[in-house]
Structures are given as structure tokens and as C-alpha cells.
Design a protein around this ligand. Structure first.
Ligand code: AHG
Ligand code: MN
Ligand code: MN
Ligand code: MN
Length: 338
């Protein structure tokens, strides 16, 4: 009847390693985990559940057509995290502005940011999707945060994690002391520790990029991918494999497990819309960069470390090059050769 170490047990037992392992932090993580279990249940029921697949018929602030599960997952993350007195406010890919709590709820000391459903173009075709979250401290003495209170560098994150709704549902978490992996036991309803101190191999022969954007890339990216495609006869001296799932959570999870380089670079297509790439800094790039760096990998925009960027607005987009350190440093060097 032994079930292993639960998420809550891990946070409390390792309290000395978690700067924030106070009751409030543990309470917040528990509610995030509950939200992810509810979303997992919705994802796993797919077409069997009432009205969770397909498009919602609405557009979000990103200009994307929302899937029903984008909206439902967002509602779940808000509903589960607004009542407990652990957060002062929230920010979501699916909310135009920050989400201030209804006045009847107590305010807490954290700010919670999330992408409630990552990879949502995959949900109707039953390919893995996820939820990404980032936890910041609410500035001292702020009862009612504004969007500016969220604009903190990625290095200030208290914790970051994601849930991956794949063949099994997993949660990956860092609180600044390594990266740890939990698998949902559906019979018990608990996330059980399956791997501590996950590390990304420094070397890799696998790259992930949406090749259909090749004509829009900058020269350093074109150069690097071209060198990968030349295989061992080329300047990199090794053959490469390619993967592209179109769910950042799935790509990062694969890279955490077997290495790789993931790139969603600057491209002239998004620049024409005044956007610096596709991925959002506050609830995609920053949490994933925290996780990747804690696992020994690297994460840059191609030019600079993502975690050190000073955010300008909550839906800001940034180019992302992350994964196995050797390859990320190579691509970053190509960009900085000028
Ligand atoms: P989201 O579904 O939250 O909007 O994020 C999708 C992102 C990311 O998960 C993925 O890596 C990327 O978009 C895929 O982009 P393309 O569809 O352009 O390949
Ligand atoms: Mn989206
Ligand atoms: Mn996303
Ligand atoms: Mn999303």
C-alpha cells in the first residue's frame, strides 16, 4: 500500500532547501496541483466530456483563437487559487489584464502567473499539452497589485513548474534547489516523486524548431540549423535528429530527460507584427528558463540570458533558445558574432 513521496511531503520534508517552504507556499503549491489534476481530468476525457474540445469562438489578448480548454483551464487555475489567501493577484495568457481577487478573498504574499493550457493547437488531436506556472513575491506592503508589480526579472522567481498532460500526467517543479519530477497516480490522486535533481545532458544531437519558418529567421539561426542538417560531415561533426511537438511543455520535458535544443527564434513574420518572437516571457520563457537552468541547461534569447531580462509588459514576447548548454552557447555565440 506504499505510495512513495507526495508533492506536499517533498516540499515540507525538504523545507530547509526551499526558501519559501512555509505553510502559505505549501498551500499555494497544493492548490496549483489540484488545478492541474482537474485540468488533467478534462484533457483525459477529451471528447467524452461535455463540451471541452473545439474552439470557444473567442479570441484572447494574444490575437489567438481560444480553444474551449484554454478558457476552462484558465477558469480552473483562477478558481482554485483565488480563495486560499496565498496570492495577491494573478496573470494569465488568457486574461487581458492582471486578475485582481474579488474583495471577499484574503490577499497573500505571492503573485501567480500561468499559461493554463500550453500547446492548445494539439488538444483536439489528442497530442500532449500542459500548464506552465511561475510564482513571484508580491512587493512588500502592496495590497492590490498592478501589472507593474508583476514585471520582475525571471531571477526573482520563487518557484516555477509545469504539468504535462501526456500518456501520464507529470508535474515538474523547481524552487531554486534543483528540478524534481512527480507523476500523478490516478488511483490515489496524488503527484508522487519519481525523480529528484533532474539534469539536462550538456551535449545533444537533437534540435527542435518549427522549420516552416526558416525563410523568416535571422542569419545566425539559419547558419546553425544548416550546420545541424549537414550532419557529421559538417562543421558540428555530428548527425542531428529533429523533433517538433508544438507544445513547449512537451519539448522542454523531452529535453530535461534526454537533452536537446529548443528554439523559437526571432523571425521577420512576428517582427512585422511588432512582436519579438512567439513565446511569452512572463509565463512561458521565464518559468521554463528557471527550470532549464536549475537542471544545468542554458536559456537565452539568442543574444542574452532570458532570466536577467527586465520585463516591459505582462504579455511581452521573447525569442527562446534553451536546452543543452553546449548547443545553446554555440547558437548564442553565433548571434553575438555580429
Ligand atoms: P499556447 O498553446 O499556450 O499558445 O503556446 C503554444 C506555443 C508553444 O507551446 C509551442 O512551442 C509553440 O507555440 C508552437 O508554435 P507553432 O504552432 O508556431 O509551431
Ligand atoms: Mn495560446
Ligand atoms: Mn503556451
Ligand atoms: Mn496557452
Amino acid at each position: 500500500m506504499h505510495i512513495g513521496t507526495t508533492l506536499t511531503q517533498f516540499i515540507i520534508e525538504k523545507e530547509h532547501q526551499h526558501v519559501e517552504a512555509t505553510g502559505a507556499f505549501t498551500g499555494l503549491l497544493n492548490e496549483i496541483a489540484t488545478a492541474c489534476k482537474i485540468i488533467s481530468n478534462g484533457v483525459n476525457h477529451g471528447g467524452l466530456a461535455e463540451d471541452v474540445l473545439g474552439v470557444a469562438g473567442t479570441e484572447n489578448v494574444q490575437g489567438e483563437e481560444q480553444k474551449k480548454l484554454d478558457v476552462l483551464s484558465n477558469e480552473v487555475m483562477i478558481a482554485r487559487n483565488q480563495w486560499g489567501g496565498h496570492v495577491a493577484a494573478m496573470a494569465s495568457e488568457e486574461e487581458d489584464d492582471i486578475y485582481n481577487l474579488p474583495k471577499e478573498y484574503p490577499r497573500g504574499k505571492y503573485l501567480l502567473l500561468f499559461d493554463p493550457l500550453d500547446g492548445s493547437s494539439n488538444i483536439d488531436v489528442n497530442i500532449s499539452v500542459g500548464t506552465i506556472f511561475s510564482i513571484l513575491r508580491c512587493p512588500e506592503g502592496i495590497e492590490e497589485p498592478t501589472a507593474d508589480d508583476f514585471l520582475q526579472e525571471g531571477t526573482t522567481q520563487v518557484a516555477a513548474g509545469y504539468a504535462l498532460y501526456g500518456p501520464s500526467t507529470e508535474m515538474v517543479l523547481t524552487t531554486g534547489n534543483g528540478v524534481h519530477r512527480f507523476t500523478l497516480d490516478p488511483n490515489v490522486g496524488e503527484f508522487i516523486l519519481t525523480e529528484e535533481n533532474v539534469t539536462i545532458p550538456e551535449e545533444t544531437q537533437e534540435f527542435a524548431i518549427n522549420m516552416s519558418n526558416q525563410r523568416f529567421w535571422e542569419a545566425p539561426v539559419k547558419r546553425y540549423i544548416d550546420e545541424c542538417l549537414q550532419g557529421k560531415e559538417g562543421p558540428l561533426g555530428k548527425d542531428f535528429n529533429m523533433r517538433w511537438v508544438a507544445s513547449m511543455v512537451a519539448e522542454v520535458h523531452r529535453i530535461l530527460n534526454r537533452g536537446g535544443i529548443f528554439m523559437y527564434p526571432l523571425d521577420s513574420k512576428t517582427m512585422a507584427k511588432g512582436q519579438a518572437g512567439k513565446l511569452r516571457l512572463m509565463y512561458e520563457a521565464n518559468p521554463m528558463s528557471f527550470i532549464v537552468e536549475q537542471a544545468g541547461g542554458a536559456s537565452t534569447t539568442g543574444r542574452e540570458r532570458i532570466l536577467s531580462m527586465k520585463p516591459e509588459h505582462i504579455h511581452q514576447r521573447v525569442p527562446v533558445v534553451l536546452g543543452s548548454r553546449t548547443e545553446v552557447e554555440r547558437v548564442t555565440a553565433y548571434h553575438n558574432e555580429g
